[in-house]
Design a protein around this ligand. Structure first.
Ligand SMILES: C[S@@+](CC[C@H](N)C(=O)[O-])C[C@H]1O[C@@H](n2cnc3c(N)ncnc32)[C@H](O)[C@@H]1O
Length: 508
């Protein structure tokens, strides 16, 4: 057993953190990290760890809690300050035995890459602009909130431990390892629980928390209920994109409040101050025990946790509304495009919205967001139908649902927009399918020179241990495959394509 692991186990003992004998903490060193393995078969319902809430590092439990509160810091910023402070006081920290097990920073998280690395590895991907924006926002946060604490705060903070670099490092740890604990503590670092790795849709454990100490005081029996919570962290909700159809954006995961994974189980009163890890799917002796950090695509996984998965079914790619408008303006005029866009909005549609940008999602199998199909269809409406629609649809105010479906097909048939599966038969005209292929080509050009084949070859020859390169290549290749799937989706639905396929078949 490594020295750092022995020290961590001694520390866990001192904090009354309990874990089952049939799980083992495996330390593969700095590069490969730590994971949890089953020593014996684990059965659904087994509790494999109990962690007192006061052993968690939060803005309430840290020794600098008062300073954080007085400075009005909260969220991931407050937790990062708590983490930096506890690290800065070394062995005097109550969490010294825990902190010595953590890496300096989560190197895979692009927030801590250099700007050159961000350009080198992420150009063209969903993350390129997001990470650049993050870097400047996080730096601004530091300048505005932490620098004043070093200069004139009450605790004589060591400037070497609270520099911008240390803040970025702390943010990468908070982003990749913090959990929501309860209403009182908010998010925090949860020793032991944060040693489980993630597997999408195939987790073995869930993390459970008893209701907050605040609600415990009102003697309500709800306070004894356990609530399943996920390894969601501040970034996941701060940057969470809101999408009309509720699906996660490329960078968003499942919002905690939207989670339908709530599991309730009762717990005795004396247990109410701790967290539990409970087995939800049997594990065979010798296998790794996985947690889930939520259902999210590779862009979100890399953004927050610093890794990707080759077979991630939640992968998506986004097509920005601005890109659609540019493409439309290159075919028609920009005035024409703006008028068609305005009609689309009047009928009651919008894209997903995140941080000042509006976009459409393309799912892993290449299926475009419904709202994009409607917009493209409106762009290609003949002037005659458009004018008719223009007279029918009110320019402002709430739309009557009946008016919303008054989109006319060629033979003046109404398109039943409220039944997407049926409407798609009308919306996917040759023009719309051709537009989807063009949009895929334009989005593809963001990756610059290399072809997808080049990228696949680079990925196959690159080593998982070269983390930045490997995971950014997985992100790139998976995104480009989705664009291929979008082209295939469009081609297979285009009548021209279908006709050509029939002709080819007849010729054979
Ligand atoms: C909560 S920690 C899990 C424990 C971690 N392995 C350690 O060494 O402490 C999250 C970090 O573990 C790593 N990780 C978790 N699941 C992973 C996976 N499926 N593939 C690659 N890395 C993973 C990533 O570095 C991530 O930021």
């Amino acid at each position: 057993m490594s020295r750092r692991l022995r020290a961590f186990k001694r520390w866990m003992n001192s904090q009354n953190i309990e874990y089952a004998k049939n799980i083992e903490i495996i330390d593969k060193g700095i590069n490969n990290g730590i994971s949890i393995k089953a020593n014996a078969d684990l059965k659904q319902g087994d509790i494999v760890a109990k962690i007192p809430k006061n052993a968690c590092l939060t803005i309430k439990t840290t020794a600098c809690s008062e300073m954080i509160q007085d400075a009005g810091l909260a969220g991931s910023l407050g937790l990062a300050v708590a983490l930096m402070y506890e690290k800065s006081i070394g062995e005097c920290s109550l969490w010294a035995g825990y902190l010595q097990l953590l890496p300096e920073r989560e190197c895979g998280v692009p927030l801590v890459w250099t700007l050159d690395e961000v350009d080198q590895f992420l150009t063209g991907t969903e993350l390129h602009k997001a990470v650049k924006d993050d870097k400047s926002l996080v730096y601004e946060d530091w300048k505005e909130n932490i620098l004043p604490l070093i200069a004139s705060g009450p605790l004589e903070l060591d400037p070497m431990a609270f520099g911008a670099e240390q803040y970025f490092a702390a943010k990468s740890l908070v982003s990749s390892r913090s959990f929501e604990i309860d209403d009182y503590h908010g998010f925090g670092m949860v020793p032991l629980a944060d040693l489980f790795n993630h597997k999408t849709g195939a987790e073995n454990v869930h993390f459970t928390s008893v209701s907050s100490p605040l609600s415990n005081t009102d003697n309500d029996s709800d306070a004894e209920d356990n609530e399943y919570i996920n390894n969601h962290h501040y970034e996941s909700t701060e940057h969470l994109s809101t999408c009309k159809n509720g699906s996660p954006a490329a960078l968003g995961g499942k919002n905690i409040s939207e989670s339908n994974d709530i599991e309730l189980s009762s717990n005795s009163e004396e247990d109410s101050d701790h967290l539990e890890m409970i087995i939800v799917k049997d594990v065979k002796a010798g296998d790794e025990v996985f947690n889930t950090y939520g259902s999210m695509g590779n862009a979100a996984l890399l953004h927050r946790y610093g890794f990707t998965e080759l077979d991630n079914p939640f992968d998506i790619i986004n097509i920005e509304l601005n890109m659609v408008l540019e493409w439309s303006s290159s075919l028609f005029s920009s005035r024409y495009s703006r008028a068609r866009l305005s009609m689309w909005r009047r009928i009651g549609y919008c894209g997903c919205v995140s941080q000042n940008s509006e976009y459409f999602e393309i799912s892993s199998d290449g299926e475009p967001q419904y709202e994009l199909l409607i917009l493209l269809y409106i762009i290609f409406l003949t002037d005659e139908v458009y004018d008719k629609l223009n007279q029918t649809v009110p320019s402002t105010g709430n739309l009557d649902k009946d008016v919303g479906i008054l989109l006319l097909h060629k033979n003046t048939k109404r398109i039943p927009l409220e039944i997407p599966d049926m409407a798609k038969n009308y919306l996917l005209t040759d023009n719309v399918c051709g537009a989807l292929v063009s949009l895929a080509d334009i989005r593809e050009s963001f990756y610059r020179l290399n072809s997808l084949r080049d990228d696949i070859q680079s990925l196959s020859s690159c080593c998982v241990r070269d983390r930045k390169l490997y995971h950014s290549m997985v992100l790139r290749v998976k995104e480009r495959k989705i664009l291929n799937n979008l082209r295939a989706y469009a081609s297979s639905r285009s009548h021209k394509y279908k006709k050509r396929a029939v002709l080819r078949k007849n010729r054979r």
